[in-house]
Design a protein around this ligand. Structure first.
Ligand SMILES: CCCCCCCCCCCCCCCC(=O)SCCNC(=O)CCNC(=O)[C@H](O)C(C)(C)COP(=O)(O)OP(=O)(O)OC[C@H]1O[C@@H](n2cnc3c(N)ncnc32)[C@H](O)[C@@H]1OP(=O)(O)O
Length: 249
């Protein structure tokens, strides 16, 4: 499931090799439990839901664009090599640590009730429906976003905070794809025209420049045909050591 995302969260992956106490598991026996859980027979194993796959709520426009980018995605050959397209679809679970463990158990143990903000509404179509495609070579991402009825701000339109959340998510995904664990240091947003609830929009983001631990990224939210500009933003992400978060951020 994490095919093609090998380098995505290098720093996070090292979590899996942390001693139990540093990984926040609290008790040394947690190491044993983790090993036990990994050894569970497959019929008992936990299969996480990848929320970035099509569901019944997706509009025809969302499906069309999903198809358009999917056919440009890399494919894994029988020999296990990645070949083909320049794009990759980023999987999306309801815990971000699942990216790093291929959807496995670690994230169930640490802060078991925590959920990724954008993926905590399970009712299809009610909240943030989106899929992110990344082009690592060109250092850019495209997100197809369909805003559900629970994201209302002004009547019939998307809440500015929901738009900001999506901008943070897509720019953050690009920054993490390029350099591992990051945190948003700065986000500047200009709202140009309101987004109708239920509509499908494109969130396009690209790397402007980098300087040491800093990644400067810009972002545009437009109608799917590009004719209407909804929002423009710039963001600064700083690479962090994962211990920054484990020690309380
Ligand atoms: C985490 C891994 C999970 C991966 C799974 C990903 C899953 C993928 C999908 C989800 C994607 C979602 C993405 C959401 C991302 C968030 O929403 S993160 C949450 C919101 N952000 C925060 O809470 C951050 C809070 N702030 C902090 O923790 C710290 O201030 C920071 C940002 C880590 C920086 O602290 P620091 O590392 O000590 O850096 P510091 O030494 O202060 O500054 C270093 C340099 O940056 C500059 N700088 C620092 N802050 C600023 C600023 N605000 N403005 C301008 N310059 C600044 C400094 O001036 C300095 O510059 P130089 O002097 O070197 O030229």
């Amino acid at each position: 499931m994490t095919r093609g995302l090998g380098g995505l969260f290098r720093g996070v992956q090292s979590l899996t090799s942390l001693p139990a106490t540093r990984a926040g598991l609290g008790h040394p026996s947690a190491c044993v439990s983790l090993r036990t859980m990994v050894a569970l027979p497959s019929f008992l194993s936990f299969e996480p839901r990848d929320f970035s796959l099509p569901n019944s709520s997706w509009s025809s426009e969302m499906l069309r664009l999903y198809e358009q980018y999917s056919i440009q995605c890399e494919v894994e050959t029988e020999g296990g090599e990645n070949r083909g397209g320049q794009w990759q679809r980023l999987p999306s679970y309801n815990r971000s640590l699942k990216y790093a463990t291929g959807g496995n158990y670690l994230s169930k143990i640490i802060q078991s009730k925590a959920r990724l903000f954008t993926r905590n509404i399970r009712d299809p179509g009610a909240g943030f429906e989106y899929v992110v495609f990344a082009n690592k070579e060109e250092k850019r991402c495209v997100c197809i976003f369909q805003a559900g009825h629970r994201l209302e701000g002004p009547p019939g339109h998307v809440h500015g905070g929901a738009t900001a959340t999506m901008i943070d998510t897509v720019t953050g995904s690009l920054a993490a794809l390029l350099s591992g664990p990051v945190m948003t240091a700065n986000l500047n947003i200009n709202y140009r025209s309101a987004i109708p609830l239920g509509s499908t929009v494109l969130i396009e983001t690209s790397l402007d420049s980098e300087e040491g631990r800093k990644k400067f990224i810009s972002c545009k939210v437009t109608s799917t045909d590009g004719s209407k500009l909804h929002t423009e933003a710039t963001a600064l992400f700083l690479s962090i050591n994962i211990s920054h978060l484990l020690q309380g951020g």
